[in-house]
Design a protein around this ligand. Sequence first.
Ligand SMILES: [Zn+2]
Length: 392
Amino acid sequence: MPTVDNPTEKTLAELGIRDPLEVAAEFAKVRDRFDFQIALPADEMRKLMLQEAWLGSELDPATSLRNFWVGRKRGVLALISDNWLKPAPTVLKPVVGSELNKLKVHIEAKLEEKRLSLEKTAGEQASAKDRIDLSLPGVIRPIGSHHLVRTVMQEIEDIFFSIGFSVVEGPEIETPYYNFEALNIPEHHPVRDDMDTFYLDLPKGAPGPLLLRTHTSPVQIRTMEKRQPPVRVIVPGKVYRRDNPDATHSFVFHQIEGLAVDTDITFCDFTGTIEYFVKQFFGESVKTRFRPSYFPFTEPSVEFDVSCIFCGGSGTGASGATCGKCKGSGWIELFGAGMVDPAVYGFVNYDAKKVSGFAFGMGMDRLAMLKYGIDDIQVFFQNDVRFLRQFP
Ligand SMILES: [Zn+2]
Protein backbone atom coordinates (compact mmCIF):
# COMPACT_ATOMS: atom_id res chain seq x y z
CA MET A 1 0.00 0.00 0.00
CA PRO A 2 1.19 3.54 -0.70
CA THR A 3 2.99 4.93 2.29
CA VAL A 4 2.40 8.62 1.68
CA ASP A 5 -0.81 10.35 2.43
CA ASN A 6 -2.67 10.05 -0.85
CA PRO A 7 -5.73 12.27 -1.51
CA THR A 8 -6.93 9.96 -4.25
CA GLU A 9 -7.64 7.30 -1.64
CA LYS A 10 -10.24 9.54 -0.11
CA THR A 11 -13.52 10.76 -1.52
CA LEU A 12 -14.05 14.40 -2.47
CA ALA A 13 -16.40 14.74 0.46
CA GLU A 14 -13.70 13.48 2.80
CA LEU A 15 -11.31 16.00 1.27
CA GLY A 16 -13.89 18.73 1.89
CA ILE A 17 -14.30 19.58 -1.79
CA ARG A 18 -17.76 20.83 -2.71
CA ASP A 19 -17.11 23.31 -5.45
CA PRO A 20 -16.25 22.73 -9.17
CA LEU A 21 -13.31 25.18 -8.89
CA GLU A 22 -11.92 23.24 -6.00
CA VAL A 23 -12.28 20.09 -8.08
CA ALA A 24 -10.20 21.64 -10.88
CA ALA A 25 -7.59 22.78 -8.36
CA GLU A 26 -7.35 19.29 -6.87
CA PHE A 27 -6.91 17.77 -10.38
CA ALA A 28 -4.22 20.36 -11.08
CA LYS A 29 -2.32 19.18 -7.97
CA VAL A 30 -2.51 15.58 -9.15
CA ARG A 31 -1.31 16.58 -12.59
CA ASP A 32 1.65 18.54 -11.10
CA ARG A 33 2.55 15.52 -9.06
CA PHE A 34 2.59 13.35 -12.19
CA ASP A 35 4.59 15.91 -14.18
CA PHE A 36 7.15 16.08 -11.41
CA GLN A 37 7.51 12.29 -11.20
CA ILE A 38 7.80 11.61 -14.91
CA ALA A 39 10.55 14.21 -15.27
CA LEU A 40 12.72 12.52 -12.61
CA PRO A 41 16.01 10.93 -13.67
CA ALA A 42 15.93 7.12 -13.65
CA ASP A 43 17.63 6.64 -10.26
CA GLU A 44 15.39 9.25 -8.58
CA MET A 45 12.36 7.63 -10.14
CA ARG A 46 13.55 4.27 -8.84
CA LYS A 47 13.86 5.66 -5.30
CA LEU A 48 10.40 7.14 -5.49
CA MET A 49 8.84 3.96 -6.78
CA LEU A 50 10.53 1.98 -3.98
CA GLN A 51 9.15 4.47 -1.53
CA GLU A 52 5.68 4.06 -3.01
CA ALA A 53 6.19 0.26 -2.83
CA TRP A 54 5.40 0.04 -6.52
CA LEU A 55 8.69 -1.17 -7.85
CA GLY A 56 8.68 -4.86 -8.47
CA SER A 57 12.06 -6.50 -8.79
CA GLU A 58 11.27 -7.39 -12.39
CA LEU A 59 10.27 -3.86 -13.41
CA ASP A 60 12.29 -0.88 -14.45
CA PRO A 61 11.33 2.45 -12.81
CA ALA A 62 9.54 3.80 -15.92
CA THR A 63 7.28 0.74 -16.15
CA SER A 64 6.61 1.00 -12.41
CA LEU A 65 5.66 4.63 -12.83
CA ARG A 66 3.26 3.71 -15.61
CA ASN A 67 1.62 1.06 -13.43
CA PHE A 68 1.51 3.46 -10.52
CA TRP A 69 -0.53 5.93 -12.57
CA VAL A 70 -2.61 3.91 -14.99
CA GLY A 71 -2.63 0.45 -13.38
CA ARG A 72 -6.13 -0.98 -13.69
CA LYS A 73 -6.81 -1.79 -10.07
CA ARG A 74 -4.62 0.39 -7.94
CA GLY A 75 -3.35 3.02 -10.36
CA VAL A 76 -3.95 6.67 -9.41
CA LEU A 77 -6.44 7.12 -12.26
CA ALA A 78 -8.37 4.06 -11.12
CA LEU A 79 -8.42 5.43 -7.58
CA ILE A 80 -9.73 8.79 -8.78
CA SER A 81 -12.40 7.02 -10.75
CA ASP A 82 -13.39 4.92 -7.72
CA ASN A 83 -13.00 7.49 -4.97
CA TRP A 84 -13.71 10.81 -6.65
CA LEU A 85 -15.95 10.18 -9.61
CA LYS A 86 -18.25 7.38 -8.55
CA PRO A 87 -19.30 8.77 -5.13
CA ALA A 88 -19.38 12.41 -6.37
CA PRO A 89 -22.59 14.35 -5.88
CA THR A 90 -24.56 14.94 -9.07
CA VAL A 91 -23.60 18.54 -9.22
CA LEU A 92 -19.88 17.77 -9.32
CA LYS A 93 -19.97 14.62 -11.44
CA PRO A 94 -19.68 16.30 -14.89
CA VAL A 95 -16.71 18.40 -13.87
CA VAL A 96 -14.96 15.47 -12.15
CA GLY A 97 -15.56 13.31 -15.26
CA SER A 98 -14.26 15.99 -17.59
CA GLU A 99 -11.18 16.73 -15.43
CA LEU A 100 -10.47 13.01 -15.13
CA ASN A 101 -10.57 12.63 -18.91
CA LYS A 102 -8.23 15.53 -19.45
CA LEU A 103 -5.85 14.14 -16.85
CA LYS A 104 -5.98 10.69 -18.43
CA VAL A 105 -5.17 12.07 -21.90
CA HIS A 106 -2.33 14.13 -20.46
CA ILE A 107 -0.83 11.22 -18.50
CA GLU A 108 -1.05 8.76 -21.37
CA ALA A 109 0.53 11.18 -23.83
CA LYS A 110 3.42 11.87 -21.45
CA LEU A 111 3.94 8.18 -20.69
CA GLU A 112 4.10 7.38 -24.40
CA GLU A 113 6.54 10.20 -24.99
CA LYS A 114 8.70 8.86 -22.16
CA ARG A 115 8.56 5.31 -23.55
CA LEU A 116 9.68 6.46 -27.00
CA SER A 117 12.54 8.49 -25.62
CA LEU A 118 13.75 5.56 -23.50
CA GLU A 119 13.58 3.24 -26.50
CA LYS A 120 15.58 5.67 -28.58
CA THR A 121 18.26 5.97 -25.90
CA ALA A 122 18.51 2.19 -25.55
CA GLY A 123 18.78 1.81 -29.32
CA GLU A 124 21.54 4.37 -29.49
CA GLN A 125 23.43 2.68 -26.69
CA ALA A 126 23.14 -0.72 -28.38
CA SER A 127 24.26 0.58 -31.75
CA ALA A 128 27.17 2.42 -30.15
CA LYS A 129 28.22 -0.88 -28.62
CA ASP A 130 27.95 -2.71 -31.96
CA ARG A 131 29.42 -0.02 -34.11
CA ILE A 132 32.56 -1.02 -36.02
CA ASP A 133 35.30 1.53 -35.85
CA LEU A 134 36.74 1.50 -39.37
CA SER A 135 39.65 3.66 -38.32
CA LEU A 136 41.05 0.95 -36.02
CA PRO A 137 43.99 -0.95 -37.47
CA GLY A 138 43.14 -4.53 -38.46
CA VAL A 139 44.60 -7.72 -37.07
CA ILE A 140 47.90 -8.26 -38.83
CA ARG A 141 48.55 -11.88 -39.70
CA PRO A 142 52.18 -12.58 -40.40
CA ILE A 143 52.61 -13.87 -43.91
CA GLY A 144 55.24 -16.49 -44.41
CA SER A 145 57.72 -16.42 -47.24
CA HIS A 146 59.93 -18.89 -49.00
CA HIS A 147 62.95 -20.18 -47.17
CA LEU A 148 66.18 -19.03 -48.78
CA VAL A 149 67.04 -22.60 -49.79
CA ARG A 150 63.66 -22.88 -51.51
CA THR A 151 64.20 -19.54 -53.27
CA VAL A 152 67.60 -20.66 -54.52
CA MET A 153 66.12 -23.97 -55.64
CA GLN A 154 63.60 -22.09 -57.76
CA GLU A 155 66.29 -19.83 -59.20
CA ILE A 156 68.29 -22.88 -60.23
CA GLU A 157 65.22 -24.65 -61.62
CA ASP A 158 64.26 -21.59 -63.67
CA ILE A 159 67.72 -21.44 -65.24
CA PHE A 160 67.58 -25.10 -66.25
CA PHE A 161 63.96 -24.86 -67.40
CA SER A 162 65.08 -22.15 -69.82
CA ILE A 163 67.42 -24.60 -71.57
CA GLY A 164 65.03 -27.53 -71.80
CA PHE A 165 65.48 -29.44 -68.55
CA SER A 166 62.56 -30.69 -66.49
CA VAL A 167 62.28 -31.57 -62.78
CA VAL A 168 61.97 -35.09 -61.42
CA GLU A 169 61.94 -36.22 -57.81
CA GLY A 170 62.70 -39.47 -56.06
CA PRO A 171 62.40 -41.11 -52.65
CA GLU A 172 64.52 -39.97 -49.73
CA ILE A 173 64.62 -43.54 -48.39
CA GLU A 174 66.63 -45.63 -50.81
CA THR A 175 67.96 -49.12 -51.28
CA PRO A 176 71.75 -49.57 -51.37
CA TYR A 177 71.32 -50.70 -54.97
CA TYR A 178 70.07 -47.30 -56.17
CA ASN A 179 72.20 -45.29 -53.76
CA PHE A 180 75.44 -47.17 -54.53
CA GLU A 181 75.62 -50.20 -56.81
CA ALA A 182 73.72 -48.89 -59.82
CA LEU A 183 75.91 -45.79 -59.63
CA ASN A 184 78.96 -47.94 -60.10
CA ILE A 185 79.83 -47.93 -56.38
CA PRO A 186 80.16 -51.62 -55.45
CA GLU A 187 80.03 -52.78 -51.86
CA HIS A 188 83.69 -52.43 -50.94
CA HIS A 189 84.39 -49.28 -52.93
CA PRO A 190 86.34 -46.78 -50.76
CA VAL A 191 83.91 -43.96 -51.73
CA ARG A 192 81.35 -45.57 -49.47
CA ASP A 193 83.47 -44.59 -46.47
CA ASP A 194 82.61 -40.94 -47.12
CA MET A 195 78.98 -41.81 -47.36
CA ASP A 196 78.78 -44.06 -44.33
CA THR A 197 75.27 -43.10 -43.59
CA PHE A 198 71.92 -43.59 -41.91
CA TYR A 199 70.50 -47.07 -42.25
CA LEU A 200 66.97 -47.64 -41.08
CA ASP A 201 66.10 -50.01 -38.23
CA LEU A 202 63.66 -52.31 -39.95
CA PRO A 203 61.35 -54.83 -38.33
CA LYS A 204 62.58 -58.45 -38.44
CA GLY A 205 61.82 -60.11 -41.73
CA ALA A 206 61.29 -56.83 -43.60
CA PRO A 207 63.05 -56.60 -46.95
CA GLY A 208 66.07 -54.42 -46.56
CA PRO A 209 68.40 -52.83 -45.94
CA LEU A 210 67.19 -49.26 -46.52
CA LEU A 211 69.02 -46.01 -45.97
CA LEU A 212 68.47 -42.27 -46.22
CA ARG A 213 69.91 -41.34 -49.58
CA THR A 214 73.35 -39.73 -49.45
CA HIS A 215 72.93 -37.91 -52.76
CA THR A 216 70.22 -37.25 -55.33
CA SER A 217 72.09 -39.41 -57.87
CA PRO A 218 69.85 -42.49 -57.36
CA VAL A 219 67.14 -40.54 -59.20
CA GLN A 220 69.40 -40.59 -62.29
CA ILE A 221 69.07 -44.36 -62.32
CA ARG A 222 65.35 -44.33 -61.54
CA THR A 223 64.79 -41.86 -64.38
CA MET A 224 66.84 -43.78 -66.94
CA GLU A 225 65.08 -47.01 -66.02
CA LYS A 226 61.77 -45.40 -66.94
CA ARG A 227 62.72 -43.22 -69.91
CA GLN A 228 64.65 -43.70 -73.10
CA PRO A 229 66.98 -40.91 -74.28
CA PRO A 230 66.83 -38.03 -74.75
CA VAL A 231 66.79 -37.30 -71.01
CA ARG A 232 67.31 -33.82 -69.59
CA VAL A 233 66.35 -33.61 -65.95
CA ILE A 234 67.27 -31.92 -62.74
CA VAL A 235 66.55 -33.50 -59.37
CA PRO A 236 66.29 -31.23 -56.35
CA GLY A 237 65.94 -32.70 -52.88
CA LYS A 238 67.20 -33.43 -49.39
CA VAL A 239 70.11 -35.77 -48.77
CA TYR A 240 71.57 -37.16 -45.56
CA ARG A 241 75.08 -37.95 -44.36
CA ARG A 242 76.59 -38.76 -41.03
CA ASP A 243 78.47 -35.45 -40.85
CA ASN A 244 79.09 -33.62 -37.62
CA PRO A 245 77.43 -30.22 -37.79
CA ASP A 246 79.76 -27.27 -38.29
CA ALA A 247 79.75 -24.11 -40.38
CA THR A 248 79.94 -26.04 -43.66
CA HIS A 249 78.50 -29.46 -42.72
CA SER A 250 75.08 -30.64 -41.75
CA PHE A 251 73.63 -34.14 -41.52
CA VAL A 252 70.85 -32.98 -43.82
CA PHE A 253 71.38 -30.70 -46.78
CA HIS A 254 70.03 -30.07 -50.27
CA GLN A 255 71.39 -31.18 -53.58
CA ILE A 256 70.34 -30.60 -57.12
CA GLU A 257 71.32 -33.29 -59.50
CA GLY A 258 71.43 -32.85 -63.23
CA LEU A 259 71.45 -35.43 -65.99
CA ALA A 260 71.46 -35.10 -69.75
CA VAL A 261 71.69 -38.19 -71.97
CA ASP A 262 71.23 -38.26 -75.73
CA THR A 263 72.82 -39.73 -78.82
CA ASP A 264 75.35 -37.01 -79.45
CA ILE A 265 76.16 -35.18 -76.25
CA THR A 266 79.78 -34.06 -76.06
CA PHE A 267 82.06 -32.71 -73.38
CA CYS A 268 81.53 -29.27 -74.97
CA ASP A 269 77.76 -29.50 -74.43
CA PHE A 270 78.56 -30.37 -70.85
CA THR A 271 80.92 -27.47 -70.09
CA GLY A 272 78.76 -25.05 -72.07
CA THR A 273 75.68 -26.00 -70.04
CA ILE A 274 77.49 -25.65 -66.74
CA GLU A 275 79.05 -22.34 -67.73
CA TYR A 276 75.68 -21.02 -68.82
CA PHE A 277 74.19 -21.99 -65.49
CA VAL A 278 77.01 -20.45 -63.42
CA LYS A 279 76.87 -17.14 -65.29
CA GLN A 280 73.07 -17.01 -65.00
CA PHE A 281 73.26 -17.75 -61.30
CA PHE A 282 76.22 -15.60 -60.18
CA GLY A 283 76.32 -13.01 -62.97
CA GLU A 284 78.01 -12.59 -66.33
CA SER A 285 81.27 -11.34 -64.85
CA VAL A 286 82.28 -14.63 -63.18
CA LYS A 287 84.74 -17.00 -64.80
CA THR A 288 84.60 -20.75 -64.59
CA ARG A 289 87.21 -23.47 -64.77
CA PHE A 290 87.26 -27.19 -64.26
CA ARG A 291 89.84 -29.49 -62.80
CA PRO A 292 90.15 -33.25 -63.21
CA SER A 293 88.51 -35.14 -60.40
CA TYR A 294 87.07 -38.56 -59.66
CA PHE A 295 83.55 -39.87 -59.15
CA PRO A 296 82.64 -43.52 -59.62
CA PHE A 297 79.68 -42.76 -61.87
CA THR A 298 81.30 -40.21 -64.23
CA GLU A 299 84.23 -40.56 -66.57
CA PRO A 300 85.92 -38.18 -67.06
CA SER A 301 85.03 -36.36 -63.85
CA VAL A 302 85.70 -32.75 -63.06
CA GLU A 303 85.37 -30.23 -60.24
CA PHE A 304 83.88 -26.97 -61.37
CA ASP A 305 85.29 -23.78 -59.87
CA VAL A 306 84.00 -20.25 -60.15
CA SER A 307 86.11 -17.13 -59.86
CA CYS A 308 85.79 -15.84 -56.29
CA ILE A 309 82.63 -13.74 -56.09
CA PHE A 310 83.89 -11.97 -52.96
CA CYS A 311 87.23 -10.64 -54.26
CA GLY A 312 86.41 -10.73 -57.96
CA GLY A 313 89.00 -13.47 -58.47
CA SER A 314 91.93 -11.33 -57.36
CA GLY A 315 92.61 -13.25 -54.17
CA THR A 316 92.83 -10.08 -52.10
CA GLY A 317 90.00 -8.45 -50.20
CA ALA A 318 89.05 -4.75 -50.15
CA SER A 319 91.43 -4.12 -47.23
CA GLY A 320 94.36 -5.51 -49.19
CA ALA A 321 94.53 -8.64 -47.04
CA THR A 322 94.24 -12.13 -48.44
CA CYS A 323 90.59 -12.96 -49.30
CA GLY A 324 89.32 -15.28 -46.59
CA LYS A 325 86.67 -16.87 -48.82
CA CYS A 326 89.00 -18.23 -51.50
CA LYS A 327 92.09 -18.20 -49.24
CA GLY A 328 93.89 -16.08 -51.81
CA SER A 329 93.45 -18.48 -54.71
CA GLY A 330 90.82 -16.39 -56.50
CA TRP A 331 88.74 -19.52 -57.13
CA ILE A 332 85.92 -21.17 -55.24
CA GLU A 333 85.12 -24.83 -55.65
CA LEU A 334 81.50 -25.19 -56.74
CA PHE A 335 80.54 -28.78 -57.48
CA GLY A 336 81.50 -32.03 -59.07
CA ALA A 337 80.36 -33.25 -62.48
CA GLY A 338 81.38 -35.30 -65.44
CA MET A 339 80.40 -37.37 -68.44
CA VAL A 340 78.25 -40.33 -67.39
CA ASP A 341 80.43 -43.43 -66.98
CA PRO A 342 79.39 -45.91 -69.71
CA ALA A 343 79.29 -48.58 -66.98
CA VAL A 344 76.22 -46.84 -65.54
CA TYR A 345 74.30 -47.30 -68.80
CA GLY A 346 74.69 -51.04 -68.32
CA PHE A 347 72.51 -50.83 -65.20
CA VAL A 348 69.63 -49.17 -67.06
CA ASN A 349 69.75 -50.97 -70.40
CA TYR A 350 70.96 -48.01 -72.41
CA ASP A 351 73.29 -48.82 -75.29
CA ALA A 352 76.59 -47.29 -74.16
CA LYS A 353 77.83 -47.30 -77.74
CA LYS A 354 74.97 -45.09 -78.92
CA VAL A 355 74.33 -42.68 -76.07
CA SER A 356 76.41 -40.25 -74.13
CA GLY A 357 75.64 -37.67 -71.49
CA PHE A 358 76.72 -35.69 -68.49
CA ALA A 359 75.72 -35.44 -64.87
CA PHE A 360 76.36 -32.97 -62.08
CA GLY A 361 75.49 -32.67 -58.40
CA MET A 362 75.39 -29.34 -56.70
CA GLY A 363 74.96 -28.48 -53.04
CA MET A 364 72.07 -26.05 -53.01
CA ASP A 365 72.86 -24.80 -49.53
CA ARG A 366 76.43 -24.08 -50.59
CA LEU A 367 75.28 -22.16 -53.68
CA ALA A 368 72.89 -20.15 -51.51
CA MET A 369 75.67 -19.41 -49.01
CA LEU A 370 78.00 -18.20 -51.75
CA LYS A 371 75.42 -16.10 -53.53
CA TYR A 372 73.99 -14.48 -50.40
CA GLY A 373 77.17 -14.26 -48.34
CA ILE A 374 76.11 -16.64 -45.56
CA ASP A 375 78.98 -18.18 -43.64
CA ASP A 376 77.22 -20.82 -41.56
CA ILE A 377 75.08 -23.59 -43.08
CA GLN A 378 73.41 -24.19 -39.69
CA VAL A 379 71.30 -21.02 -40.01
CA PHE A 380 69.31 -22.74 -42.77
CA PHE A 381 68.05 -25.34 -40.34
CA GLN A 382 67.71 -23.37 -37.10
CA ASN A 383 64.58 -21.54 -38.34
CA ASP A 384 65.44 -18.36 -36.49
CA VAL A 385 63.00 -15.79 -37.89
CA ARG A 386 65.59 -13.04 -37.47
CA PHE A 387 67.59 -14.81 -40.16
CA LEU A 388 64.63 -15.88 -42.30
CA ARG A 389 63.18 -12.33 -42.38
CA GLN A 390 66.29 -11.05 -44.10
CA PHE A 391 65.22 -12.93 -47.21
CA PRO A 392 61.56 -12.08 -47.71
ZN1 LIG B 1 88.28 -14.45 -52.91
